[in-house]
Design a protein around this ligand. Structure first.
Ligand code: URC
Length: 294
């Protein structure tokens, strides 16, 4: 019987390749990063699916080895984006059947420590909650796309947040409030329009601007009428202050801290019941007025 089936989109890669890299500098300082890398190759491998022939295939085990090889080839400290671009370029230049390499890297939050007020030569601590992320796509033609961001940056403000004016019907139980605690675990991705002069500096500046917008000025804060409005302002701040960025995707779960009514006393905006499930899920793309692909 003649088959009705035909091969559709296909790719193969390696997930969660864990890489640690230390650069030992002449002045005695060590630079340390830890990555978790996903590689995906789009390649002319139809024959492997259709005929069972692995001719010309870059084995996923080889892809894993390449993650380590390229890490070693980065002879001086580099940004996670530079590493990902170098790895993507290596795949398309080395293997003729590969047309696109997609490299995703999560950089763990190791930070250099200070001891007795002095930055340590070789001491690091994992203090933050968030990892830094990048996803690059490198085409054989030389075209590339770089998206960067962070994952699970936990933020909380204990006042200057409320939620009012939403649809009320017989299913609505939630009381309106102008005083609540707002907490989220922010995951953010932005697309670079071009290669940044320093991806590291751009990353730190964008993250700082996002946090400043979430919190507002130190003494007064900024009132948040909803996660949605605050999310929009965070994305808007990135678009308006970073010409290098095309669009920003923000994912902001609303991690509820519910008012607790202790036995025989009244809730006084003081004791909360933190919950992780269920949580609100709020996500939007904030884009530049023209030129965006999303
Ligand atoms: O900021 C909020 N946005 C919502 O969409 C929502 N829904 C809800 O129950 N609480 C909140 N809070």
């Amino acid at each position: 019987m003649k088959s009705e089936a035909t091969l559709g989109r296909h790719q193969h890669g390696k997930s969660r390749v864990r890489v640690g890299r230390v650069w030992r500098m002449a002045d005695g300082k060590n630079v340390f990063v830890e990555y978790s890398v996903n590689t995906t190759l789009i390649s002319a491998m139809e024959h492997s699916y259709e005929e069972g022939s692995n001719r010309g295939m870059t084995a996923t085990d080889t892809q894993k080895n390449m993650c380590y090889y390229v890490a070693q080839q980065m002879k001086s400290p580099c940004s996670v984006e530079e590493y990902a671009l170098a790895l993507g370029r290596k795949f398309v230049s080395e293997y003729p059947l590969v047309s696109i390499a997609i490299i995703e890297v999560e950089q763990k939050p190791w930070k250099r420590v200070s001891v007795q007020g002095e930055s340590h030569n070789h001491g690091f601590a994992s203090t933050g909650t968030e990892s830094r992320t990048t996803k690059v796509e490198v085409h054989r033609s030389g075209e590339y796309d770089v998206q960067s961001g962070f994952k699970e940056l936990r933020l909380c403000k204990t006042t200057q947040s409320g939620y009012e004016g939403y649809l009320r019907d017989k299913y609505t139980l939630l009381p309106e409030t102008r005083e609540r605690l707002l907490a989220s675990s922010v995951t953010c991705t932005w697309r670079y329009r071009s290669i940044a002069a320093s991806f590291d500096e751009e990353y730190e500046a964008i993250k700082e601007r996002i946090m400043e917008t979430f919190f507002g000025p130190p003494k007064t804060g900024t009132y948040s009428p909803s996660v949605q409005k605050t999310l929009y302002e965070m994305g808007e701040a990135v678009i308006d202050n970073f010409p290098s960025v095309d669009w920003v995707l923000l994912n902001m779960p609303n991690l509820h801290f519910n008012p607790l009514h202790p036995v025989s006393s009244k809730f006084d905006n003081d004791v909360y019941f933190p919950t992780s499930e269920p949580h609100g899920t709020i996500e939007a793309v904030i884009k530049r007025k023209q030129k965006s692909k999303l």
